[in-house]
Design a protein. Structure first.
Length: 183
């Protein structure tokens, strides 16, 4: 099996994609990037500001551009935004670009994590206007089939530390090309 040169983490906000990406990249000796951070840096605005000023379609256009660029990054772990899988073009690019790992957890766990992280609330807009748990349940109902379709590996993150999740992913994908696997 050819070893991957990049890896993508998908999942709902609060699943730990950015933290796991950093830890996994350290373990693999790769770099890592948060696609939402890249998008905000390039746009000069937060995601919430983009949604408010330009709407979700404009945000998804920007996101698609960032995903296209990151699909060409070498030796990089990419933490994608929770909705990156909504666009067919993104799903196709991910399928061609490297392993895709879905970090999943029950809605209640995600709600607790999101509520505890004030930064997430400030940077990310409400997608439905519903309460946190209800919104997560509604959005997950729509996105779960897309996450499943994209994922080459699914990792449950509830009751696990980010380090444990990163270790499992590293063990599942094997050592990167040119490096030996040590535990």
């Amino acid at each position: 099996m050819t070893q991957p040169t990049r890896l993508f983490l998908i999942g709902y906000r609060g699943s730990g994609k950015s933290t796991v990406a950093r830890l996994l990249a350290e373990r693999l000796g790769w770099s890592w990037v948060d696609a939402d951070d890249e998008l905000e840096r390039e746009a000069g605005r937060t995601i919430a500001e983009i949604f408010a000023a330009d709407g979700e379609p404009a945000f998804r256009d920007l996101e698609e551009q960032v995903v296209a660029r990151l699909c060409g990054a070498d030796q990089t772990v990419v933490a994608l935004g929770g909705g990156a899988i909504l666009r067919q073009a993104n799903r196709e690019r991910l399928a061609e670009s490297g392993p895709v790992v879905w970090l999943t957890a029950p809605a209640g766990v995600l709600a607790e994590r999101i509520t505890a992280d004030q930064t997430t609330g400030d940077r990310r807009p409400s997608l439905t206007g519903a309460g946190v748990t209800q919104e997560i349940e509604q959005v997950l109902a729509a996105r779960t089939p897309l996450y499943q379709a994209c994922a080459t590996l699914t990792v449950e993150v509830a009751d696990r530390t980010p380090a444990e999740v990163a270790e499992e992913i590293a063990g599942q994908i094997g050592p990167p090309a040119g490096r030996s696997h040590t535990t």
